[in-house]
Design a protein around this ligand. Structure first.
Ligand code: GLU
Length: 417
């Protein structure tokens, strides 16, 4: 058996190469796209509550800005590493391109465990990080946003620090802010909502009835919890959800709102009333119609892809499936809505937020959700059409659409010689 490709940087390089080859574009395009155009590693000294000084490592990766300023979240996670941040910034380039957003791709991260830090420590860390990367970010350069374990409060501290440095308010610096300082209505739900819009489109093209469809959600953070609720509201039956501490299963369906309230109280979905415990491995192997991976990278691999029984996999997380896992899913006729499409709702509403900030003119939730739906559906059709016309898996189809647009921009800008 071939060695599993687990380094996300190598995975995304492979995805880009496949798309460049299939499109038959200039090989120079791959040479430019195979790494970020700029990568900054910073150290952030933080005074901890006990008086000691702790030095954290942070990163900001800017992959490619042919289509516009770079854009992408900031992740706080103890396990983050440089290659992972590079890969995440590369996926952002293609996510933005696929959705037709006027952005390139960026991503940031700090290696830390926010669950073990006090509010004051997190604030000092967040302010220190934005000071450390202030030279390379800004509303016209690179626009950060939330990602795994970061939230509107963290965005607010960063915007405030940056505004103090510049000497004037700079709300367009970050997206995913609290509403009171220029956040957009609909932004906090957007990733989960986008994932559900394309999952419902996939069900429609496959002729799968949504009423009573069994849904499994891996990860119950910002994306997963909203996706579970909206699937439930659409008439589907959410039979299992989990988080890093454990899982909750009920074959008759669970109430995502009640599970969310339970998690808010206890810190986990495990043990929610009316549910049975379920392991992560068993959850991914459940008999179901739609599986939504909404946690981290490398969850569906050569080891477990053969056990996935869903008809549709809608990837709300970035990079949840390895190339070897992908091949197995494709071979078994499972329709995968790839991450650069299924997780694009967040950055799409981030784009709306940035536009509202630049114009100081704010939209209603109906407008935000209607435009999101239109853009997600349009992108789904473009990918599905490529998938059918070229007879390639959905992921390759998505990369072909996305890479082609970036290449066109690089070509007209004269970057390809
Ligand atoms: N972190 C999110 C993502 O991976 C959102 C990025 C953004 O809104 O800029 O797509």
């Amino acid at each position: 058996m071939t060695q599993e490709t687990l380094n996300p940087f190598h995975i995304v390089q492979r995805q880009i190469k496949e798309a460049v080859d299939a499109l038959g574009v200039e090989p120079a395009a791959y040479e430019i796209l195979k790494q970020p155009m700029r990568f900054l590693e910073v150290s952030i000294p933080v005074r901890m509550d006990d008086g000691s000084l702790k030095v954290f490592t942070g990163y900001r990766s800017q992959h490619n800005d042919a289509l516009g300023p770079t854009k992408g979240g900031i992740r706080y996670h103890p396990g983050v590493f440089a290659d992972e941040v590079k890969a995440l910034s590369m996926w952002m380039t293609f996510k933005c391109s696929l959705l037709g957003l006027p952005y390139g791709g960026g991503k940031g991260a700090i290696a830390c465990n926010p669950k073990e830090m006090s509010k004051g420590e997190l604030e000092r860390l967040s302010r220190g990080f934005i000071r450390a990367i202030a030279q390379i970010v800004g509303p016209e350069k690179d626009i950060p946003a939330p990602d795994v374990y970061t939230n509107p409060q963290i965005m607010a501290w960063m915007v405030d620090e940056f505004s103090q440095l510049r000497g004037y308010n700079n709300f367009g610096l970050m997206t995913g802010k609290p509403l009171i300082i220029g956040g957009s209505v609909g932004r906090s739900e957007a990733t989960g909502r986008g994932c559900v819009i394309v999952a419902l489109e996939a069900a429609r093209v496959l002729g799968l009835p949504v009423q009573g469809a069994r849904v499994v959600v891996q990860g119950f953070g910002n994306a997963g919890s909203v996706a579970a609720r909206l699937m439930h509201e659409a008439g589907a039956r959410v039979i299992a959800v989990n988080d890093s501490k454990g899982g909750a299963y009920n074959p008759d369906g669970l109430d995502p709102v009640a599970v969310n309230e339970y998690k808010a109280r206890t810190g986990t979905v495990k043990g929610a009333p009316g549910t049975r415990d379920i392991s992560n491995a068993d959850l991914l192997a459940l008999e179901c119609d739609i599986l939504i991976p909404a946690a981290l990278e490398n969850q569906i691999t050569s080891q477990n892809a053969g056990q996935v029984k869903a008809k549709i996999v809608s990837e709300a997380a970035n990079g949840p499936t390895t190339p070897e896992g992908d091949e197995i899913l494709a071979g078994r006729g499972i329709l995968v809505i790839p991450d650069i499409l299924a997780s694009a709702g967040g950055v799409t509403v981030s784009y709306f937020e940035w536009v509202q900030n630049l114009q100081s003119f704010y939209w209603t939730e109906e407008e935000v959700n209607a435009r999101l739906e239109q853009m997600m559906k349009r992108s789904f059709s473009a990918v599905y059409r490529m998938h059918q016309e070229k007879k390639v898996p959905m992921r390759q189809a998505a990369f072909m659409v996305a890479v082609d647009r970036v290449v066109q921009a690089m070509r007209v800008r004269g970057w390809l010689g």
